[in-house]
Design a protein around this ligand. Structure first.
Ligand code: GLV
Ligand code: MN
Ligand code: MN
Length: 456
């Protein structure tokens, strides 16, 4: 059994008592519909308490949170969720990779399900809201529906997808890709972490291999829709003074690794004209990614963003010329044509740099995806939900990736955003106002009720 399997199974060991959070009463106040003048109100205190409890898992000295996929911290966060789902009386189902589904039945148990959720894994030194708010918000919405006996026709399932972040393997939306049947063998070839652990090996330890990659795929006929609440992770809502974003489409990335191979050599004795320095070539690439992406970075249609987010060099010491440099490149846009054009220009430039500097070069594809439009009827429904609560909203695309982009391939998908302070995310400085978190969760709840009860 793999190390990961052992850890994961320990989450279900009867000897492991459910986690309780000291100093907080679990019977927090619930406001009912009558008190709220018609609109359903969630238990805000419980929502914020649970969000804070999860955020303590993986927190570092400077307030950054690190729960990389398949790490002990990430498993621990999923264990909390399972515990709360049990307490809420949801029917729990966990698939082979560890995606967790907590089901509340509606009047028709056989009806297609309204799936609602996000992810609990984080980047390195990330914030407490990215993903977590969507999972805990979905849980709170469903708990409220159950407690207040709100009539539902379709079942509702809270979902926590495994490994939405690409920070460890360069592979994003792992769990939702499997559920959507969108994980392809070729995507796994170069998906390794900084320690050389291969994603394919981790998956094999869980019984997922190239032959059964589609075995976790959910039959689209069993789904009615997918809804996700998320922080915006950008500056638009704050700049426009809007409390809610209704998402129309999601930008998708093309990602690849670049490996330059030169010659490691003595930094004192090797004349400048005899060097084959892989790091200097890499630095040219970093600047080229910025320069070319900037040329296409207009804010309107066709905006492209490009980032070199990670670099590794060998031998990486002060007195040796770097003989090897490996960079990760991430290019995104809402428009496939614009993105593909920038990718072509950048890759041509990289080849030119390698030729000019006489270096070995490999460009290793990680993942190539197309931007994803979200369901138009759900956009209307979400706008309606905002209007019913007299909330000013912005209709907008998402620059960040989300599990919704995979789910949209098998079911109508809709997303709500709440503002991020100063637009900052993937950083310890990530922050969203508790009032906005509660509002987003209540709108999520409204939309669940409508999707579960109406023809969508
Ligand atoms: C997910 O947060 C992403 O990288 O867009
Ligand atoms: Mn993220
Ligand atoms: Mn996220």
């Amino acid at each position: 059994m793999s190390h990961y399997q052992t850890l994961w199974r320990s989450c279900f060991s009867p000897s492991l008592r459910p986690v309780t959070i000291s100093g907080v009463r679990s019977t927090a106040r619930t406001v009912n519909r009558a008190q709220a003048g018609g609109a359903i109100t969630i238990n805000k205190r419980r929502l914020l308490r649970d969000l804070n409890a999860i955020s303590r898992i993986g927190i570092g000295d400077h307030g950054g949170i690190t729960r990389l996929v398949f790490s002990i911290k990430e498993l621990r966060s999923r264990q909390f969720l399972i515990h709360w789902m049990r307490q809420a009386g949801l029917q729990i189902y966990i698939d082979r990779i560890g995606n967790i589904f907590g089901r509340l039945n509606g009047a028709n148990k056989e009806a297609p399900v309204v799936l609602v959720g996000s992810h609990l894994d984080t980047v390195v030194q990330g914030g407490k809201f990215d993903g977590t708010m969507g999972v805990i918000g979905a849980l709170e919405a469903v708990r409220t529906l159950k407690e207040q006996n709100i009539a539902l026709r379709s079942p509702v399932e809270v979902v926590c997808f495994v490994g939405e972040e690409s920070s460890r393997f360069g592979y994003s939306t792992l769990g939702s890709s499997l559920v959507a049947g969108e994980l392809h063998g070729k995507d796994l070839t170069h998906a390794t972490d900084a320690h050389g652990t291969n994603l394919a090996e981790v998956l094999a330890g869980l019984g997922i291999n190239r032959r059964n990659l589609r075995s976790l795929r959910r039959d689209p006929a069993t789904l009615k829709a997918y809804l996700e609440l998320h922080i915006e992770q950008g500056p638009i809502l704050e700049a426009k003074n809007k409390r809610i974003g209704v998402v129309t489409s999601i930008a998708a990335p093309t990602r690849f690794k670049v490996v330059f191979t030169g010659q490691a050599d003595h930094s004192g004795t090797t004349p400048m004209e005899m060097r084959k320095d892989a790091l200097v070539a890499a630095s040219e690439v970093i600047v080229a990614v910025e320069t070319i992406s900037r040329r296409y970075s207009r804010m309107e249609k066709g905006r492209v963003v490009g980032t070199v987010g990670a670099i590794r060099i060998e031998p990486g010491v002060i007195n040796a010329i770097p003989g090897k440099a490996e960079l990760s490149v991430d290019i995104r846009s809402i428009t496939a044509a614009a993105k593909n054009r920038v990718v072509r220009l950048i890759q041509a430039k990289i080849r030119e740099i390698a030729r000019r500097r006489n270096l070995g070069l490999k460009i290793l594809p990680l993942r190539q995806e197309d931007p994803v439009p979200l369901d138009k009827r759900l956009v209307h429904l979400l706008k309606d939900c905002c209007e019913a609560r007299h909330i000013d909203y912005e209709v907008m695309p998402s620059g960040a990736g989300h599990d919704a982009m995979q789910m949209a391939k098998i079911t109508p998908a809709g997303m709500l955003f709440i503002p991020s302070r100063r637009g900052i995310s993937h950083s310890p400085l990530e922050w969203s106002d508790p009032e906005d978190i509660c509002l987003g969760t209540e709108l999520l709840l409204d939309s669940i009720v409508r999707v579960a009860n109406e023809k969508v």
